[in-house]
Write a protein that binds this ligand. Structure first.
Ligand code: HEC
Length: 166
């Protein structure tokens, strides 16, 4: 019985690694529902032109790299999420701009081999809880606009200082 069980595990592992090696450019990497909701903060931003607020969040790999100041390049497996809200004036304090309606959640995933043609980053967004990666043609339009940040591994975000400088 035990032997059979091990055999099944071995076959399943072999099959899933085969499946992984044949995944296409647009296959999502992670499938936990809206996993970014529990990620930690890398930075925030405000677009004056679009009247939106953004939180830039990272998965554990990205956060660890950011805190250690090792983001040139970002390590393989890093995922950066950008969560966007319409800006809203705080109803009880007119000088405060706070998040209003949820707009979108976009992602960049570092996988230098899989996404070699778009600078080592896959581009996607969360749809109904699932991260969907854009096909190569669309990802190239994302990549195109991230070109000015080539020397920052195509990432616009500068991780925000999280404490006063020592
Ligand atoms: C017209 C230019 C432009 C295009 C096109 C564009 N981006 Fe960006 N992206 C930006 C700018 C500017 C920022 C930084 C400002 C901000 O926080 O929104 C940014 C930031 C991001 C971030 C946060 C990490 C970082 O680089 O700072 C993600 C994730 C992201 N974009 C995903 C995408 C995806 C996915 C697409 C394609 C669907 C895309 N972007 C297309 C300009 C662009």
């Amino acid at each position: 019985m035990k032997k059979n069980h091990l055999l099944i595990v071995a076959i399943t592992t072999a099959l899933s690694s085969m499946a992984f090696s044949t995944t296409s450019f647009a296959d999502p990497k992670v499938t936990v529902e809206n996993e970014y909701v529990d990620w930690r903060v890398l930075s925030v931003s405000h677009r004056n032109d679009k009247k939106t607020l953004r939180a830039i969040l990272g998965n554990d790999i990205a956060i660890k790299a950011s805190r250690a100041n090792k983001t040139k390049p970002w390590p393989e497996g890093s995922i950066i999420a950008k969560v966007v809200w319409k800006e809203r004036t705080h109803p009880n304090w007119g000088a405060a701009i706070v998040p209003g309606a949820f707009s979108t959640a976009e992602a960049m995933i570092k996988d230098s081999k899989k996404y070699a043609s778009t600078g080592g980053w896959g581009y996607g967004h969360w749809v109904n809880g699932t991260l969907e990666m854009h096909p190569e043609a669309k990802a190239k339009t994302c990549y195109g606009c991230h070109q000015p940040m080539k020397d920052n591994d195509y990432v616009y975000t500068f991780s925000a200082p999280m404490t006063a400088k020592k």
